[in-house]
Structure formats: C-alpha cells, structure tokens
Design a protein around this ligand. Structure first.
Ligand code: NAD
Length: 355
C-alpha cells in the first residue's frame, strides 16, 4: 500500500511515518508545507529510504495537491496536517480556520476527484483517514463519563472548533459523495520529538535551565495522556481495518491532573540529574493566570477501538514519561536548534503551559 500522509514532519505524523517505513511493507509519501512546527530532523534518518518520499506542499493549495496525487497515485490518505497548538489558536485563530478547515476541504475535494477516477477495485479499497482530537467534545466534569464516539460535539477553543469543523467536512464527504472516510479522535499525545511549546517538553526544557514551570490556574485540569507510539499503532490499525464511515476514539487510560503530571516530571528530573543545582525541580513550579475557555477534563473511552480492532495502549504513563524525559536529555541538540532558530519564542514566550 502507498499512503499519502499530510503533516508528516510534525510530532505525530513523523512517528507514524517512521513506524510505517520501519515495518517495511507499505510506502509513504509525506506531504508537508513545513510550518514552524515541522522538523525535517524528525525524519532525517529515513530521508533516503526507498519506501519514503517527501513533497513540500500546502494542503490549502488545490493545484499542488492534485500534482502530488497524480505523481504518486496513493492507495490511501492519512490527514494529520494542521495548526495544532491551542494557545496559538487563541492568539491568532485565522491560521487555524485557514489550514484546519479550508485546507481539509481542499484535501477532501482533491481526494474525491482522484478517487472517482480510480478503477473499481482501487476505489473500494481506498481510504481517507482524518486524524482529529478529543477536544472537539468539549469539557468534562470530574465525575462525568468519558467521551465515546456518540458524545455530542461541543468545541470551546478556536483550535477545537476548527478541528470539529474539519471532522464534519470529512463526514459530509463520506455521506454526500461516498468518499471512504474514517475518522479518529485522540487524547493528548506525548513522547519524543514533541515541539517545545507543548506542556511536557516545555516543562522539561524550562526545568533544565532553572526557569519557572508555569502551570495554568491551580493545575487541576485533567488530561488523558497517550504515548505517540501507541497512537501511531492505533492510526495504522484504523487505516487498515477501520470500518468506512466510522469514528474511533483513541485514548491512553492515562488521566492525570496537570499539576500531578508536572510533579511527576520534576521527580524524574531529580533522579536523572542528581547534581542539578535546580533540585528539587518542583520548587520551580509557578501558578499563572488560567487561559480563557480552558477545558477542565478530557477522558476517552476507547472500548470500540479495542473491541473492533484489538488495539489498546501499551505504554504505561510513568514509564513513558521517564523515557520521554531521557529522550529530551539525550537529544538536546534537537530542541536547542528549534529554540535558537526557527522557533517563534517571542510569541509564546515559553512562559505558558499548553496542551
Ligand atoms: P504538529 O503541529 O506537531 O505538526 C503539524 C504538521 O502539519 C507540521 O509538520 C506542519 O508543517 C504541517 N502543516 C501545517 N499546516 C500545513 C499546511 N497548510 N499544509 C501542509 N502541511 C501543514 O501537530 P501534531 O501534534 O503532530 O498533530 C498532528 C495531528 O494530530 C493534528 O491534526 C492534530 O489536530 C491531531 N492531534 C494531535 C494531538 C496532540 O496531542 N498533539 C492529539 C490529538 C490529535
């Protein structure tokens, strides 16, 4: 199978590309326009692999998508390209509307035109897998049941609203035009190669230099954390065996309050860096004004995915956090290059926590 992956230079996309290429069966074409969030270093070691090709293109550029589809003739599209950072969506929603909504529309419409020209067999097996987030479902109370595939949409941030809109477009292209769409909505990911503006790398990197660790509000917001490699495995299973027209929720069984997560990271750093002048790292924690519209709790019930496709998360949160801290300690050049180069630190200021 040849899979066109959009956003493959990003955090999750690069994990998916790596896992597919490592398996050695399928081929990948990575379509990415290389925004600030892209990092070609994420895939440098497979750049010359014969199962891998890169196309720099923008999903908002219909002509460019058509060229890539015609050149590579993929059997499936897995769509991850997006603006993905909630705080940025609050500061500047326009990019989120452009990329996540208009870009998804352009990609769906290009895929539909391409799909219609395929022969019967190829049309039957073609898939358009739209990758989305649990944030489209809004905010849970502490005692509310977890999100399921039938939870009503209730997005509350510009990011979540733009992803919700893209989910609805993908669903409409299935119901109206018959494009074989499958959708997945996932909880918060963590792991190696996550861009330093996101909560976990931000905390690790700030703690290393003794900077304050900013935690929104009282840190009581709850997120369900999933290791990016578990997500990549779920995405491959859904693309291969998911039922057309269905949605699958992907979660880590890893609910944790933000403050507890940050304390866990600090405790790991205390052990990994016994000679650090910043021990105990938890002393660096500072509570900062909460962000507007901050969803209280996300939690995922992934029973459908487990029952239908046999997937469940395999990486325990505490083990995954320890390995992630070690990765950032051992790969300082990876994140230093971002902080010193393309990273737009002035806008985010590296001062806020974020999903
Ligand atoms: P990311 O920000 O790390 O990477 C996004 C990638 O998309 C980048 O490589 C960027 O260059 C590319 N991109 C952005 N705009 C583009 C455009 N117009 N054309 C082509 N490429 C473009 O994002 P991520 O965290 O890896 O998330 C990937 C997907 O998974 C997103 O759709 C996101 O909504 C979804 N998701 C993320 C999480 C999470 O915790 N990170 C959780 C659930 C779902």
């Amino acid at each position: 199978m040849k899979i066109l992956i959009t956003g493959g230079m990003g955090f999750i996309g690069s994990a998916v590309v790596r896992s597919i290429v490592a398996a050695g069966e399928d081929r990948v074409v990575n379509l990415d326009t290389l925004t600030y969030a892209a990092n070609p270093a994420n895939l440098a070691d497979i750049a010359d692999n014969t199962h891998y090709a890169f196309e720099q293109a923008d999903i908002r550029d219909r002509a460019a998508i058509d060229v890539v589809l015609a050149r590579h003739r993929p059997d499936a599209v897995m769509h991850l390209a997006a603006e993905s950072h909630v705080d940025r969506s609050i500061d500047g929603p326009a990019d989120f509307v452009d990329t996540n909504i208009t870009g998804t529309y352009q990609l769906l419409d290009a895929a539909l035109a391409y799909w219609r020209e395929l022969n019967d067999e190829a049309r039957d097996s073609f898939r358009f897998h739209h990758v989305s987030t649990d944030e489209v479902y809004g905010s849970l109370g502490l005692d509310d049941p977890r999100f399921t595939e039938t939870t009503p949409y209730s997005p509350r941030s510009p990011y979540a609203a733009s992803k919700a809109a893209s989910d609805h477009l993908a669903s409409a292209w299935f119901h109206t035009y018959g494009l074989p769409v499958v959708i997945s909505n996932c909880s918060n990911n963590y792991g190696p190669r996550q861009f330093p503006e996101k909560l976990i790398p931000l905390m690790i990197i700030s703690a290393l230099s003794g900077k304050p660790l900013p935690v929104y509000g009282e840190g009581l917001n709850v997120r369900d954390w999933l290791h990016v490699d578990d997500h990549a495995r779920a995405l491959r299973a859904i693309l291969r065996d998911g039922r057309v027209g269905e949605t699958y929720l992907v979660g880590g069984d890893g609910e944790r309050r933000n403050i507890d997560l940050v304390h866990a990271l600090c405790a790991i750093l205390d052990v990994e860096l016994p000679n650090s002048p910043h021990r105990p790292h938890a002393d660096l924690i500072q509570f900062v004004t909460d962000r507007p519209g901050h969803d209280h709790r996300y939690a995922i019930d992934h029973a459908k995915l487990t029952a239908e496709l046999g997937w469940s998360p395999t990486i325990d949160l505490d083990d995954g956090l320890r390995d992630t801290v070690r990765w950032y300690l051992e790969n300082r050049e990876w994140w230093r290059a971002i902080l010193e180069g393309r990273y737009d630190g002035g806008r985010l200021g590296l001062t806020r926590t974020a999903d």
